[in-house]
Write a protein that binds this ligand. Structure first.
Ligand code: B12
Length: 210
């Protein structure tokens, strides 16, 4: 059992050496506790966000926190993603919506979807609605996952859902990220919402099998 409080604290205080040391310890047995470690890292990111709001941290700290979290995900990824499933892959689109540059959560979801048997077309960050529609048409995609971390991202998600519907595309849409909730989902007009990458994989599998 690792000291996950210490991990969350080290992440919040941006102590790279401690974070890496604990995570390498977690991975020593193949990463059976990788999910707990990931939760602790996310808790640490919440501290980073709070300290930023309080004016204690600045944008430079957010950038460094982003790099540290990306490094943490890289260490834990082999255990989080699990075994790659075999068989035919369903194509789907994943992106961070327009005006939002956060991609750490999206990249975690991507790794889990790929391990769950999806061929993920990753459109990256700050993705305009037109690009999503264009790609869905060109690739014949039936499942679209939209990520966003800023509260403002909900407006871009709504714009994207409206554009997908206006183009007459028969796609299922799931939204995810910190500001997403059941109410937000209803307002945006998406089919489903999730915070956990695991729920995303389950939902997309159900859609792919329908
Ligand atoms: C790192 C970081 C950055 C980095 C991002 C680097 C990167 N490559 O992503 C940088 C420095 C670029 C950045 C910039 C900014 N940031 Co910032 N950032 C953060 C921070 C500290 C961590 C975000 C993160 O990666 N969390 C860890 C990941 C793993 O969590 P996650 O994204 O929520 O993803 C999980 C779930 O939500 C879910 N999920 C995610 N996507 C999806 C998709 C689907 C389909 C599903 C189902 C699930 C799902 O799965 C993931 C794993 O569990 C947060 C604080 C916080 N509490 O989150 C602030 C935070 C998000 N940032 C904030 C702000 C204000 C900004 C800036 C405006 C700062 C500025 N003044 O310039 C800019 C905005 C730039 C822009 N236009 O996007 C605010 C947002 C406030 C708001 N509510 O809108 C926060 C909350 C900080 C705060 N408390 O003030 N930021």
């Amino acid at each position: 059992m690792f000291d996950y409080e210490a991990l969350a604290q080290a992440m919040g205080e941006l102590e790279e050496d401690t974070v890496v040391e604990i995570l390498e310890g977690v991975m020593a047995d193949g990463g059976s506790e990788a999910e707990k470690a990931m939760e602790a890292c996310q808790k640490g990111m919440e501290t980073v966000g709070a300290l930023f709001e309080e004016g204690e941290y600045f944008v430079g700290d957010l950038i460094y926190a982003g790099e540290l979290m990306t490094q943490a995900v890289g260490i834990l990824k082999p255990a989080l993603a699990g075994a790659e499933s075999s068989g035919p892959k369903t194509k789907m689109i994943l992106c961070t919506v327009k005006n939002d540059l956060h991609d750490i959560g999206k990249n975690i979801v991507k790794a889990m979807l790929e391990a769950g048997g999806f061929d993920v077309i990753d459109l990256g960050i700050d993705t305009p609605a037109e690009k999503i529609v264009e790609t869905a048409k060109a690739e014949g995609v039936k499942i679209i996952a939209l990520s966003g971390v800023l509260t403002l991202a909900l407006d871009s998600m709504k714009e994207a859902v409206n554009a997908i519907k206006a183009a007459g595309l028969d796609c299922k849409i799931i939204i995810g990220g910190a500001p997403v909730s059941a109410d937000a989902c209803a307002n945006v007009g998406a089919d489903e919402w999730a915070h956990s990458p695991q729920k995303t994989v389950q939902t997309c599998k159900t859609w792919a099998a329908a």
